[in-house]
Ligand binder design. Structure first.
Ligand code: ATP
Ligand code: MG
Length: 363
């Protein structure tokens, strides 16, 4: 077991900066998820930690040891790749057993471990097959098995569940997390699936364009996103953003969105005046923090039903206010007709304000 420290890591491919001055401290035994959209540098970061890419700048420590110059095989890590490179000529059993054979484990110990991992991954009946006789999801589980069979200092996992069907993925998510807790092996896990990140991680590192946006526990990332990008990436459906301008009138401060005005509390106004780089702002509010009313209410904003998306117990109601559409998550309402007049109100404690120019959070 070991902590992993990445300091100021930069990796370029030609004129693409895949990872840009990334600093990340992963505690011993921690489960950290790298989360971000396609191309944001997740795989490159893992490959640098594994020693499969040489950083252009920065240091990587595993335990207390600087590993920049250490070849992959001496880093005592087990990696599951996004494209699961199995040995095509070996049976599943031997693929999983391979890392243990290399390390000269006794035969009986190898057999015990391979079967245990196979049971966990539900691939016991596939042990005698060759990789090309398996589906994509089965191959992925074999690749996972080959990593889990060892007891490395660090697991690096690159979207290890991406090829599984929804049900198996949910099962494996829980099993992997439980196993990691049991083994207490420091794990860095890559995904672009925010639900996977939220449910599995001790801490989430959100990346965009090679840059770390925020590194915190899931609840913190959800409730206090540091940038517009993080706020919009976490949560489903995503946060609503409304462009607005700060207006001061007779000692009161408002956000003017054109179709409506949102009055700021003393405290909100103070923060905005202190932190905003200009009067151009973004008001952010999550669909689950808006209440839908069928009659006018105090501080309610009038709009019209644009589209209703049923989710079972809940609805996503798209409400058109002026030229913008707000998504509202609400328990099922009786009848809602397209074009019907409705009113929405924001949960005041859950309203976010961002600087439109810098995209940094103000509140
Ligand atoms: N070997 C390479 N040569 C050139 N460019 C590369 C190479 N590997 C990655 N890149 C580029 O670096 C950037 C980051 O790629 P990376 O594979 O790390 O993204 P990712 O976050 O893992 O994306 P995905 O979710 O699609 O797997 C991308 O713009 C990619 O095109
Ligand atoms: Mg990738």
């Amino acid at each position: 077991m070991a902590r992993v420290v990445v300091r100021n890591l930069t990796k370029k491919f030609g004129n693409v900066t895949a990872v840009n001055r990334l600093t990340l401290d992963v505690r011993d035994g921690e489960f950290v998820v790298l989360l971000g959209p396609s191309g944001c540098g997740k795989t490159t970061t893992l490959r640098c930690i594994a020693g499969l890419e040489a950083p252009d700048e920065g240091e990587i420590y595993i335990g207390d040891k600087l590993v920049n110059e250490l070849p992959p095989k001496d880093r005592n890590i087990a990696m599951v790749f996004q494209s699961y490179a199995l040995y095509p000529h070996m049976k599943v059993y031997d693929n999983i057993a391979f890392p243990l054979k290399m390390r000269k484990y006794p035969k009986s110990e190898i057999d015990r471990r391979v079967r245990e991992v196979a049971r966990l991954l539900k691939i016991e009946e596939l042990l005698d097959r060759k990789p090309k006789q398996l589906s994509g999801g089965q191959q992925q589980r074999v690749a996972l098995g080959r990593a889990l069979v060892r007891e490395p200092d660090v697991f690096l996992m690159d979207e290890p569940l991406s090829n599984l069907d929804a049900k198996l993925r949910v099962y494996m998510r829980a099993e992997l997390k439980r196993l990691q807790r049991e083994l207490k092996v420091t794990t860095i896990y890559v995904t672009h699936d925010q639900v996977e990140a939220m449910t599995m991680a001790d801490r989430i590192a959100v990346m965009n364009n090679g840059v770390l946006q925020q590194y915190a526990e899931a609840s913190e990332i959800y409730s206090r996103p540091s940038t517009v990008f993080v706020a919009g990436f976490i949560g489903s459906p995503p946060m609503n953003f409304i462009e607005c301008t700060l207006v001061e009138e007779q000692g009161e401060a408002y956000l003017d969105a054109g179709a409506f005005r949102y009055k700021l509390s003393e405290e909100q106004a103070k923060l905005v005046r202190e932190k905003a780089s200009s009067s151009e702002l973004l008001l952010g509010v999550r669909p689950e923090h808006i209440t839908l009313h069928l009659k006018p209410v105090e501080e309610g904003i009038k709009g019209r039903v644009y589209v209703v998306e049923p989710l079972g117990a809940e609805l996503i109601v798209n409400v058109k206010i002026g030229e913008s559409i707000l998504k509202v998550k609400t328990p099922v309402h009786g009848e809602l007709k397209v074009d019907q007049e409705v009113w929405v109100s924001f949960n005041r404690d859950r309203v976010y304000i961002f600087d439109k120019r810098t995209e940094e959070s103000i509140i």
